[in-house]
Design a protein around this ligand. Structure first.
Ligand code: HEM
Ligand SMILES: *[C@@H]1O[C@H](CO)[C@@H](O)[C@H](O)[C@H]1NC(C)=O
Ligand SMILES: *[C@@H]1O[C@H](CO)[C@@H](O)[C@H](O)[C@H]1NC(C)=O
Length: 336
């Protein structure tokens, strides 16, 4: 009897151990929500309060911070590489095609980092700040909440080519976008749910002008755009000029995190080509859009799961990989 019990205890022990090592093998590291509970118990509250203040001053900031986490994770993993400025050794990702004249929120991250360094020096990574700020931004705009796995460390470098190649472009084909998500171990469900991030925020005229004036054809708008919407867009986004003019990604409720983005896709009101092709190019993605359009709850639950999955892309973990930057814009010990 005793040996059977011992055997069972050993058996469970082995199962638990192997599932932990499997989790770290597939996630690239082991993150957990309580990571700062002893070393910086106020960390999450500090991030939340500064994000809330920034959102109150500029309602678009929630969208900008959510996007920063995405653009960080798709390049060398969630390691705050996107936050590095140009310096002797580093070519900043901020000048890549997806980022230039577009990504924002760096001053808010600086303010959070400054407050955290005063509270608990050299403890909370910039990569974790981005993951927490993405969650807080989602909640502040009315979206779902989730526990953020923590313990990422910050990179010692950036990748301009990674930023140009890995982040999908708004005029990529659906197969290309699917491939770029697959490379990050994100599937079709993740793609559609995470595209729901476009329920908040803006895009510039340059990001979708191509759809309004078919160059190779008759000069008419992309037929998958609703006619009335295409006319509105053409009025404010002419053939030339107005490149930086901003348009809501979710024309119905641009400041609210909800599923109306998906409803708009079904009526030809997706602003970017990469939005609308989710309903026009594949039955599988269309079915997912319909599911999220029909149920806010289904969207919220899947969005939370998929952001956590995105936040697990190749984090630097453990005592020796990467570092905890004291200034998110530069690696430690580098002066310029
Ligand atoms: C599926 C592939 C995706 C493509 C092609 C794409 C493309 C874009 C483009 C072109 C813009 C507008 C940039 C500009 O004109 O300045 C944008 C904005 C935005 N994207 Fe995406 N995106 C994708 C996925 C995602 C994901 C996964 C998230 C986050 C979960 C996200 C969150 C956002 C947000 C919140 C904005 C608005 C940012 C702001 O107003 O500052 N996007 N995206
Ligand atoms: C996509 O947009 C970029 C930037 O505007 C442009 O250089 C490129 O030619 C476009 N690609 C396609 C396939 O239209
Ligand atoms: C642009 O016009 C060409 C030629 O008429 C056509 O094959 C193509 O599908 C059009 N593109 C869009 C986005 O409507």
């Amino acid at each position: 009897m005793a040996t059977l019990k011992n055997f069972l205890v050993m058996f469970i022990f082995v199962i638990v151990l192997s599932s932990i090592s499997l989790a770290s093998a597939t996630n690239g590291g082991y993150l957990y929500p309580q990571f700062y509970d002893r070393t910086c118990p106020k960390a999450q509250e500090i991030v939340r309060s500064i994000v809330a203040k920034a959102h109150a001053q500029d309602p678009r900031m929630a969208a900008s911070l959510l996007r920063l986490h995405f653009h960080d994770c798709f390049v060398k993993g969630c390691d705050a590489s996107i936050l590095l400025d140009n310096s002797g050794m580093i070519i900043s990702e901020k000048r890549s095609n997806p980022n230039k004249n577009s990504v924002r929120g760096f001053e808010v991250v600086d303010e959070i980092k400054y407050a955290l360094e005063r509270e608990c020096p050299e403890t909370v990574s910039c990569a974790d700040i981005l993951a927490l700020a993405a969650r807080d931004s989602t909640v502040l705009t009315g979206g779902p909440s989730w526990e953020v796995p923590l313990g990422r460390r910050d990179s010692l470098g950036a990748s301009l080519s990674g930023s140009n190649n890995n982040i999908p472009a708004p005029n990529n084909t659906l197969p290309t976008i699917i491939t770029k998500f697959k490379l990050q171990h994100l599937d079709l469900v993740d793609l559609v749910a995470l595209s729901g991030g476009h329920t908040i925020g803006d895009a510039r005229c340059t990001s979708f002008r191509q759809r309004l004036y078919n160059q190779s054809g008759n000069g008419l708008p992309d037929a998958t755009l609703s006619e009335g919407y295409a006319a509105e867009l053409r009025a404010r986004c002419p053939r030339s000029g107005g490149d930086q003019t901003l348009f809501f990604l979710d024309p119905l409720t641009p400041l609210e995190f909800d599923n109306l983005y998906f409803k708009s896709l079904l009526t030809g009101h997706g602003l970017l080509s990469s939005d609308e092709l989710l309903v026009t190019q594949s039955a599988a993605t269309r079915a997912l859009v319909e599911k999220f359009a029909a149920s806010n709850k289904a969207f919220f639950e899947q969005f939370a799961k998929s952001v956590v999955k995105m936040g697990n892309i190749s984090p630097l973990t453990g005592p020796t990989r990467g570092e905890i930057r004291t200034n998110c814009r530069k690696i430690n010990g580098e002066h310029y």
